[in-house]
Write a protein that binds this ligand. Sequence first.
Ligand code: DC
Length: 234
Amino acid sequence: MIVTIDGPAGSGKSTVARKLAAHLQIAYLDTGAMYRAVAYAVLQRGIDLSNTEALLEAARTARLEVDCGPTHTRVRIEGRDVSEAIRTLAVSAATSHVARHEEIRSLLVEHQRRLGDQLGSFISEGRDQGTVVFPRADSKFVLQASLAKRAERRRQEMIADGEEAAIEAVMQNLSDRDEVDSKQWEPLLQSGQAVVIDTTHASIHEVLEQMLRHLGRENLDGGTVSPDRMRPNG
Ligand code: DC
């Protein structure tokens, strides 16, 4: 079974993808972590983000290893686990640059397909999973939420990481990224291929129930998923 979950930052994708994978006992592939890991390698090498050739060289040569389980995706660069280190604001900002290069996208798309072949059944989360990477997925979801809600989730996440930011700045950052990112999943909306779920006012539990219904699965029996509100995470 291949399930794709795409959508903007702060829509709740990561939380829901991880919970759904854990519930179905299949692997969770966080493709954002792969883009982040490449950006991390770029920063480590001190590469200027405007130096396209050097960026491509780093993406080609950085040894990226990805380990997917039902509740996690761990990434290693040059043998070092950077799964936590890739979550900083500096890496997030660099990742947006890195992810704009088609050549880098192609490398990671190929890598994601190889992982998919190895995993067999999995939930893949990102921006282009249902369109570019796994167009033949069994089920495709696009998660959305209002800009204000997504900004608030992101801000809470930053506070939890010890970083402060004005809500206006976070909203501006998200809406800037929306313009670039939304092109990745828009075809799914236009063609009606994806189930669109608005998470603005929904709990994790409600979103998961909705997804399971679409997947033809029974509900979450016995409260395996806590009905807490969406966590401020992807
Ligand atoms: O989901 P995330 O916040 O970890 O994603 C980090 C960045 O990577 C974000 O700028 C969007 C980009 N990305 C992408 O372009 N394609 C993907 N499949 C996943 C993430």
